[in-house]
Design a protein around this ligand. Structure first.
Ligand code: F6P
Length: 317
């Protein structure tokens, strides 16, 4: 079989480990593998390169993606996808493994409906693909966020400040919830919890009056202007307050062993499924077992925030 592999959407640490796993697993089956540059953009433009075993040497521990990635909103148009299908046909590539988040999955599903065999692998720091307990990149981004919050805690406790830290996650609160819990944040706000600003200000004021030296607030992106919030905290609570947006640093870095392991398992599994003639599904690990889910179903699955973890935040703060 001739298999294409691409990475699309926001990059995530561990994508390279997934590419390596796909390439090596496919080659060991006697298949040929073609790397597609820059996601669906490169697919439409026919930018393919046949990969050998050594092309994916020394990438296991590298962040980013050696294939490059892009967001191509135009891929939702059938005419654009037809160009991609033509490029695949011209190169006799009958199957495609697409590594990325839900936008990537939507593209893979559309191609599946157009007769290309596709498999999705969850690669995103957001952990917002419900058909897998964890996505490739989440563990590394969580490590990065925890390291940064620990450091911010050092300085905010020295200065008796409140520190507000915005983390990524798009619409999913997992990065905020997990990083906040792992660093002992007093407050964690996500799309799932919402932000009750008045209550926060009142609480912080009471804490300050009770003599608490510092406070850590972790908040998901896209919820509020954290710099403005810091100003309001400072005006109202008695704490000096600083806001930090962690931003794109969360997308880079050497993948953790957890992300490498997940990438290896899912890459190998995706190749196995193609060999069995499966298409239109995405792979994941649920309760430590490899699972495949129809992409259509996966795209409609809701991320259920962990009630247990949210309750713990309240108890441990
Ligand atoms: O999906 C990964 C992610 O980093 C989100 O957390 C964030 O909202 C978004 O991508 C940023 O996208 P871009 O790289 O297009 O600015």
């Amino acid at each position: 079989m001739r298999i294409g592999v691409l990475t699309s959407g926001g990059d995530s640490p561990g994508m390279n480990a997934a590419i390596r796993a796909v390439v090596r697993a496919a080659l060991s089956n006697g298949d040929k593998v073609f790397g597609v540059s820059d996601g669906y953009r490169g697919l439409v433009e026919g930018r393919f390169k046949e990969f050998t075993r050594s092309d994916v040497s020394e990438i296991l521990n590298r962040g980013g993606t050696i294939l490059g990635t892009a967001r191509l909103p135009e891929f939702k148009y059938e005419a654009v996808r037809q160009l991609a299908v033509k490029q695949l046909q011209k190169n006799d590539i009958e199957a495609l493994i697409c590594i990325g988040g839900d936008g990537t999955y939507a593209g893979a599903l559309a191609l599946h409906h157009m007769g290309i065999k596709t498999i999705g692998i969850p690669g995103t720091i957001d952990n917002d693909i419900a058909s897998s307990d964890y996505t490739i990149g989440f563990s590394t981004a969580l490590n990065t966020a925890c390291d940064a919050i620990d450091k911010l805690k050092d300085t905010s406790s020295s200065h008796q400040r409140c520190s507000i830290i915005e983390v990524m996650g798009r619409h999913c609160g997992d990065l905020a919830l997990y990083s906040g819990l792992c660093t002992g944040a007093e407050y964690i706000f996500t799309n799932e919890t919402g932000l009750d600003k008045e209550k926060l200000l009142k609480d912080l004021k009471e804490n300050r009056l009770a003599g608490r030296r510092h406070a850590i607030v972790v908040i998901s992106e896209n919820m509020t202007d954290v710099y403005q919030l810091a100003k309001e905290v400072e005006d109202y609570s008695g704490y000096e307050c600083r806001a930090t947006v962690l931003g794109y640093v969360q997308r880079g870095g050497t993948p953790t062993p957890e992300d490498r392991l997940l990438a290896a398992r899912l890459g190998g599994f995706a190749v196995d499924l193609l060999k069995q003639g499966v298409s239109g599904v995405c792979v994941g690990v649920i309760d430590n077992e490899l699972r495949s889910t129809p992409i259509e179903e996966a795209l409609n699955m809701k991320n259920i925030p962990s009630e247990e973890l949210h309750n713990l935040v309240q108890k441990l703060k």
